[in-house]
Design a protein around this ligand. Structure first.
Ligand SMILES: Nc1ncnc2c1ncn2[C@@H]1O[C@H](COP(=O)(O)OP(=O)(O)OP(=O)(O)O)[C@@H](O)[C@H]1O
Ligand SMILES: [Mg+2]
Length: 840
């Protein structure tokens, strides 16, 4: 049992290195938590800078500035009154600390289920919500009665912050958790369903409609989805909401948007600004009690350690908050300048400047203009270097860390080593938000600030060079991701690299007009990301657009990787010619470049494609070559991938022993890198080998277990496959009732994945075995027609089922009748065939 440190509303766990606020884990960087521990463990005493650095960073050389940045970040999280600076010497933790024995985590109940998936960018963990008590009560009451509540209000009024705090209040009503979907980076309304699915960890089959998959997944679940920043993708957000309202009775949605979504069932909740004193002659206590004033004082004190407001100055603060209409973001920006300018100057400058701006632009709604005016005012007060840095940082579509900021914002004139000072200063002025992350501190611009600074960037001569550096940064991240993909599990990998997706989108959008080679390089390096994020349709479209730019000057290694990516992204969709063409080109390029690893990687999906179209010998040759090239290459994921396809080839060739052998090798490799999903796929393929080699009982037991294991994962297509094999095995064993039960569960899942066709062989046989020979002939005709149309060949179990079917039909029907029925069957639609096949 760990002994925790308690101070204020916080609990610090020294063993797990976690910080809790009111029992809820706070998202805090590991460096920051170590720093906090060092201070807390020396409660009340001065800890010198040297000791702190040694304790936290060991022998790594760290500048005072870096230490300051982390102290500042800590203050943003736990409040400014905990850590006192002793100028030039060190820091002291001054809050009273209590120690007590805790049982396990501070508040276990609150951690059950999914808390928000990561903290939304721009909101520094569960920071204090100022004011809003009444509104929180009404909003949560509303959510108890309604299933879709949209928080509306102008930019910066506090919708996102409020949504998170409101969701925390009611999270225990949702056993399946609260999920935060950030839509700010999504530019295309059609991509909203996929984005929601990706956050929920759902895989969307190649033929599936994302809305259907979402509906099915959510149908029996009880969760709360926060859809943040819907205003620029209203149609997509409304479509998702309508689907969820219709199909998932126990799921609720809390949306934030500058305008309402306008869909049926929506309840709008307009969030007003914070309360500002209408009368500055009110008593100082009354003024201090108002939420806008409290926010100002807290943020000003964060920015300037010695900031205080005397009673005589309270009316001044009230005036300042009124200038900015009580808008939280504008208050934060103004407060950042409080310590620098002094309250009187701040009041005078802000008043004049905002009035000027408001006079200049009268077409936009008043509050929006206030914020815009505040942003402009604050921007104009920044040093020109800070302005430049901020403008450059606006290219980031998502959050960024210090290293990324250095790569993008530094140039010959602004050295990289100075960037963190500028960042810290911009954060103090609330122009950049600090997002404590699990590993490293991250930063981001709030949407309004980003929109404002993006305009500035667009009209500056800096734009092209900045965008180029940004694209270069994204490419660098993708290259690293590609290397790490080899040795990490999908889950780890996505947690690390998934957040680059919005930056990738924006870098591709920009480069497409400016730099062909960049687009080809970026798109080629990005395919694992689209693939892993289940955004294959978008990936195909993005890589396809890049392929249209290929020309004689494209470096062959970039072309090869792009084509390989296209081949992989097309691999599972029908018809498969697109994959074959791209993979053939990739293979030819890798051969010409004499790149054995690239060649091995490209031959792998190619072999699979050959297998699907009945070219067994060629598939065998290709996969054997791929394995021999990859075995010495030290690429565990790619080698495992090749073994898993070799398993399919061996199984199709009837070589069961060899199939089991390579399957086991693939399993070992996947286990070694912790890659569960692929390991499950191999286990599913091995089932088919077992069933085909005659061990029906063993295959049925294994398939039942495997289906249960997959039940609660997001791998619905895999579950469809396993249940399909189970149904086939039951049919082969004449257990026809069980076969139908399994098939009914498998069918919708396989249909989504676009691989329903193979199950009809078994369902046709099942019909014949229960005596429905006419239906069996129809379904047999349908199945044959689909195989022919797609150029597919049957795998052993299917071929065997068809043989039995043929014999049964011949016993029961005249040849001419069989031919007639098969003709009718060939014209059935997939839905008709499915309905017929799944009848009792
Ligand atoms: N009640 C509050 N207490 C403390 N801070 C607040 C409060 N409301 C807003 N803020 C702060 O104001 C800033 C803007 O808030 P937020 O990002 O939630 O606004 P928004 O309405 O979601 O803006 P946008 O429309 O741009 O998405 C944030 O830095 C947030 O921390
Ligand atoms: Mg917001």
């Amino acid at each position: 049992m760990a002994e925790l440190y308690y101070f204020g509303r916080y609990a610090l766990d020294p063993i797990e290195r976690r910080l809790y606020a009111d029992g809820i884990p706070v998202s805090i960087g590991s460096t920051d938590v170590r720093l906090l521990l060092a201070l807390v463990e020396n409660e009340g005493s001065l800890v010198s800078k040297g000791d702190l650095v040694a304790h936290v960073w060991g022998r790594v050389a760290i500048t005072d500035n870096a230490l300051y940045v982390h102290i500042n970040a800590l203050r943003q999280i736990i409040g400014d009154d905990c850590i006192v600076t002793k100028q030039g010497q060190g820091y002291r933790f001054v809050q009273p600390i209590q120690r007590s024995r805790a049982s396990g985590q501070p508040d276990e109940k609150r951690q059950v289920g999914n808390l928000l998936v990561g903290w939304p960018a721009g909101v520094a963990g569960p920071s204090r919500l100022i004011g809003r008590r009444e509104q929180l009560r009404s909003a949560t009451k509303l959510l108890a009665r309604r299933r879709l509540v949209t928080l509306t209000g102008p930019g910066g009024v506090g919708k996102t912050t409020f949504a998170i705090h409101a969701s925390k209040r009611i999270e225990s009503d949702f056993p399946d958790g609260v999920w935060f979907v950030e839509l700010a980076g999504v530019r295309d309304s059609n991509l909203v369903p996929e984005t929601v699915a990706a956050v929920l960890g759902l895989e969307i089959g190649d033929n599936a409609k994302p809305l259907d998959t979402l509906a099915r997944h959510l149908a029996r679940r009880s969760l709360l989805i926060i859809l943040d920043n819907c205003e620029h993708v209203i149609d997509g957000a409304a479509a998702v909401c309508e689907t969820i309202l219709r199909a998932a009775p126990r799921t609720k949605i809390l949306a934030t948007s500058r305008e309402m979504l306008g869909c049926t069932g929506e309840q709008v909740f307009e969030l007003p600004p914070l309360v500002v004193p209408s009368d500055t002659t009110a008593s100082p206590e009354t003024i201090r009690g108002m939420s806008a004033i409290q926010l100002f004082i807290e943020r000003a004190a964060n920015a300037a350690a010695n900031f205080q407001v005397s009673d005589s100055e309270a009316p001044l603060v009230a005036r300042i908050c009124r200038h900015v209409d009580g808008l939280p973001l504008a208050i934060e920006i103004a407060a950042g300048w409080g310590g620098v300018l002094g309250l009187a100057t701040l009041d005078a400058k802000l008043d004049g400047s905002i009035k000027n701006c408001l006079r200049a632009g009268t077409t936009t709604p008043a509050r929006h203009s206030t914020l815009h005016a505040t942003l402009k005012w604050s921007h104009d007060l920044l040093s020109s270097t800070e302005q430049t840095v901020l403008r450059r940082l606006a290219v980031f579509a998502g959050g960024f860390d210090l290293e990324a900021a250095e790569l993008v914002a530094a140039d010959d004139y602004i050295p990289g080593t100075q960037i963190f000072e500028h960042l810290a200063s911009l954060a103090r002025k609330s122009m950049v938000a600090v997002v404590p992350g699990a590993q490293a501190q991250r930063y981001r611009l709030l949407e309004t600030t980003r929109a404002f600074m993006t305009e500035m960037l667009a009209s500056s001569p800096d734009a092209t060079a900045t965008r180029k550096r940004h694209a270069g940064y994204v490419l660098q991240v993708l290259e690293k991701a590609m290397t790490e993909w080899e040795t990490s599990s999908d889950v780890q990998w996505l947690a690390h690299y998934g957040s680059i997706i919005d930056d990738l989108r924006s870098a591709l959008d920009w480069s497409i007009d400016w730099n062909r080679n960049e687009v080809v390089a970026l798109a080629g390096a990005s395919w694992p990301l689209w693939w892993e994020m289940s955004l294959r349709a978008e990936g195909r479209q993005r890589l396809g657009a890049a392929a249209a730019l290929l020309d004689a000057k494209t470096p062959p290694k970039h072309e090869a990787r792009l084509r390989l990516g296209l081949g992989e992204l097309w691999a599972n969709s029908t018809p498969g010619e697109a994959a074959e063409i791209e993979l053939k080109r990739a293979i030819a390029l890798y051969r010409a470049m004499d790149d054995p690893v690239g060649l091995g990687v490209a031959l792998t999906p190619f072999a699979f494609r050959l297998l699907a179209v009945n070219r067994f010998e060629e598939a065998d040759r290709a996969i054997t070559e791929a394995v021999s090239l990859l075995e010495p290459a030290g690429k565990p994921r790619m080698l495992a991938h090749a073994y898993s396809y070799q398993l399919c080839v061996e199984s199709c060739l009837g070589r069961h022993m060899a199939a089991r052998d390579v399957g086991t090798k693939a399993l070992h490799l996947y286990d070694a890198i912790g890659e569960k999903r692929s390991a499950l796929t191999v286990a599913a393929n091995l089932l088919e080998v077992n069933a085909d080699s005659g061990d029906l009982d063993g295959a049925i037991v294994a398939a039942t277990n495997l289906a249960a294991r997959i039940r609660d994962t997001s791998h619905s297509y895999l579950r469809g496959y396993v249940l399909g094999v189970l149904s086939a095995a039951y049919t082969a064993r004449d257990d026809l009732h069980q076969a139908l039960i399994a098939a009914r569960e498998a069918a919708p899942l396989l249909r989504d994945e676009g691989t329903l066709f193979w199950i009809f062989d078994h369902l046709a046989l099942r019909c014949a075995l229960v005596g429905r020979v006419t239906d069996a002939a129809l379904l047999g005709g349908y199945a044959d027609c689909i195989y022919r149309k797609n150029g597919y060949s049957r795998w052993p179990m299917g071929a065997r089922a068809m043989e039995r079917l043929r014999a049964l039909l011949c016993e029961g029907l005249a040849d001419s009748e069989i031919a007639r029925l098969r003709g009718i069957g060939a014209a059935l639609s997939e839905d008709q065939a499915m309905t017929l096949a799944l009848r009792v």
